[in-house]
Design a protein around this ligand. Structure first.
Ligand code: SAM
Length: 232
C-alpha cells in the first residue's frame, strides 16, 4: 500500500512536474483544458474581484481565469509543492503564487469572492484526511455569498460508461508508466483515486456538511468529470 500522506503526495509531484501538462493532455485526450475553461467560466459568472485557486499546481486554471477575465481580476494560486509552483510562476508571470497547505490557508476569514480547485480534491481525501475539514477551510476564506467552484473527475451514472471510463484511465496510465517507469507510483496513485472518488451525490453531502448551500452540479463528458458550484 503506497504512502498517501500529504508529504508523500507532494513527493509524487516532484517526480512528474516536468511533463505534468503533456501527460494530462494525453490522459484526457486533450479535454482537460476544455474542462478547466468551463470551470473558469462558472467562477467568473458572479464577477468576482479576487479569486483563490487552491492546489493550483502549475497554474493551468489560474491562467485560464486570468485569460478569460482579460486580466481584470486578481487571481492567487496556492499549492504546497515547490516544483509545481516554480513552473506555475514561469507559465503565468502575471498571477501571484504562494506556497500553502490547503488545510491551513494563510488568509484571514472572508478574503475571496470565489475559490476554485481543479483535479486536486482526489489528493486531499487520501491518508485518512477528512475532506469536510478542507472544505470548511475553503469556506472560511470565502466572503459571505462567495462561490466555491470544484472541478474533479467523477463517477458516470451509466454503469457501462463508468466501466469504459475506468478502463480508459487504467489503459492510458499503463502507457504512461511504460514511457516513464520512474513515476509509476505517482500515476498508479492517481489512477486508483479516479476509481474510488466520490459520486456527485456523495460530494453534495460533503459540501452541505462543510456549511455550503445552493450546491449545483454540472456533469461534463458523460459524467467522467463534474463541476460543483457551492455558495458560502
Ligand atoms: C493533479 S494536480 C492539479 C493541479 C491544477 N489544479 C490543475 O488543474 O492542473 C494537484 C495539485 O494539488 C497539490 N496538492 C495536493 N495536496 C495538497 C495539499 N494538501 N495542500 C496544497 N496543495 C496540495 C499538488 O501539489 C498538485 O500540484
Amino acid at each position: 500500500m503506497p504512502d498517501k500522506t500529504p508529504s508523500a503526495v507532494s513527493g509524487f509531484y516532484d517526480g512528474i512536474f516536468h511533463y505534468y501538462e503533456a501527460v494530462n493532455s494525453f490522459l484526457t485526450l486533450g479535454l482537460d483544458d476544455y474542462w478547466r475553461a468551463k470551470a473558469a467560466e462558472f467562477a467568473l459568472v458572479s464577477k468576482p474581484a479576487v479569486i483563490l485557486d487552491v492546489c493550483c499546481g502549475t497554474g493551468a486554471l489560474t491562467l485560464e481565469l486570468l485569460r478569460l477575465s482579460k486580466g481584470r481580476i486578481a487571481v492567487i494560486g496556492a499549492d504546497f509543492n515547490r516544483s509545481m509552483l516554480a513552473k506555475a510562476r514561469i507559465l503565468s508571470p502575471e498571477a501571484q503564487f504562494l506556497e500553502a497547505e490547503a488545510s491551513h490557508l494563510p488568509f484571514p476569514d472572508d478574503s475571496f469572492d470565489a475559490l476554485t480547485i481543479s483535479f486536486a480534491t482526489r489528493n486531499l481525501c487520501q491518508g485518512g484526511n477528512d475532506l469536510v475539514e478542507y472544505f470548511r477551510e475553503f469556506r472560511r476564506v470565502l466572503k459571505p455569498g462567495g462561490a466555491f467552484i470544484h472541478l474533479e473527475t467523477s463517477q458516470p451514472h451509466n454503469r457501462f460508461i463508468r466501466l469504459l471510463f475506468h478502463a480508459h484511465s487504467k489503459l492510458m496510465i499503463s502507457l504512461v508508466n511504460i514511457l516513464f517507469p520512474k513515476t509509476k507510483a505517482a500515476y498508479n496513485f492517481l489512477s486508483e483515486t479516479i476509481a474510488t472518488f466520490h459520486t456527485p451525490e456523495e460530494l453534495l453531502k460533503i459540501f452541505s456538511r462543510a456549511g455550503f448551500s445552493k450546491v449545483e452540479v454540472l456533469p461534463l463528458t458523460f459524467g467522467a468529470v463534474a463541476i460543483h458550484k457551492a455558495i458560502k
